[in-house]
Design a binder for this molecule. Structure first.
Ligand code: ATP
Length: 303
């Protein structure tokens, strides 16, 4: 599979006057290949949205690089390409659709972007599992799950090569969540596009992602094939997320609850950022950040 999106050592900072700088993405590296689904997971506030927004140019990169189909796009991100190559589906389908415009007209915008004169908005609605006649109606007539399908139809109309879902299911009813996630996966993969799917719902990510990237306090701490990471999570944080921390003596499993809260990204711990909460912490972890992959942990230092 060829590389579609490549993020290297990306740093993104939020600056608010009178407040310390928040380094929300602190040297993250990640790749999405054409035709694959990458699930990005991690606790609230770890920087997932900031990373996604940097990719589409809504947040500016302070350093590091982002390239799309081999072309560097940093520091402005993909904004100039967003209209054709990349589409993002946001968390809140109530906010992302224009309440005053008919659904069909909003989908038609995407078709125009792609220069697609053969498909109709009704065709796109059909592809996302909605009746063709919805095209003449307005967003307020629909449920959250239906609106998110409409937002997906609008994104797909532009024929993106990369689709990004930033928590696209977390505002939906439980019954709609896995359906919408699976739909995004099927539609992206069948058109040969890549999908970067951000979610804190691990069971859904497990269902749809080929690979999984685990983010902690601005960094990707583990990346791997979804089935392998589930079978054998290696970073203690991934183990905690999946509820399977082996005890240091190898006997049994610690409870999934991690001590303490996520540290403040404006003042991250020295050394490994996870060390204050890590049940397997060693001396080196307190002084030196593990800057290697695919498992950024001193227990898994490449030889
Ligand atoms: N516009 C902003 N100004 C200042 N700080 C921000 C801004 N946006 C995000 N942050 C901070 O950056 C950090 C990362 O936030 P981000 O929203 O990227 O995380 P996330 O993993 O997507 O979390 P969530 O799942 O809650 O959206 C958090 O500490 C957050 O408070």
């Amino acid at each position: 599979m060829s590389s579609l999106l490549k993020i290297d050592d990306l740093v993104v900072e939020h600056r608010t006057p009178g407040r310390p700088v928040v380094r929300a993405v602190a040297g993250a590296s990640l790749e999405v290949r054409a035709g694959e689904v990458v699930g990005l997971v991690g606790e609230s506030g770890c920087g997932k949205s900031t990373l996604a927004r940097a990719v589409v140019g809504l947040n500016r990169a302070a350093s590091g690089s982002i390239s799309f189909e081999g072309t560097p796009v940093t520091p402005l991100g993909l904004r100039r390409r967003t209209m054709t190559g990349v589409q993002m589906v946001f968390q809140d389908p109530y906010a992302s659709l224009n309440p005053r415009r008919r659904v069909g007209d909003q989908i038609a915008d995407g078709l125009r972007v792609a220069g697609d004169a053969t498909s109709s908005p009704a065709d796109l609605l059909e592809r996302v599992g909605l009746p063709r006649e919805f095209a003449s109606r307005h967003p307020h007539e629909f449920s959250g799950g239906q609106r998110q399908r409409i937002a997906i139809a609008r994104a797909l109309a532009a024929r993106p090569r990369l689709l990004i879902g930033d928590e696209p299911i977390s505002a939906l009813d439980a019954s709609a969540q896995s359906q919408v996630a699976t739909l995004m996966r099927d539609l992206a993969v069948s058109s040969g596009a890549g999908l970067l799917f951000i979610s804190h719902d691990l069971s859904v990510v497990r269902l749809i992602a080929d690979r999984i990237a685990v983010m902690y306090l601005g960094r990707i701490v583990e990346v791997g094939d979804t089935a392998e990471v589930w079978a054998e999570p290696r970073h203690p944080y991934t183990q905690a997320l999946l509820g399977a921390i082996p005890k240091p003596d190898g006997m049994g499993v610690l409870p999934a609850e991690l001590p303490g809260d996520v540290p403040d990204p404006a003042d991250p711990p020295q050394g490994c950022r996870f060390h204050p909460r890590c049940p397997l912490v060693m001396d080196v972890c307190r002084v030196k950040e593990p800057e290697f992959g695919p498992v950024a942990c001193w227990l898994h230092e490449p030889s």
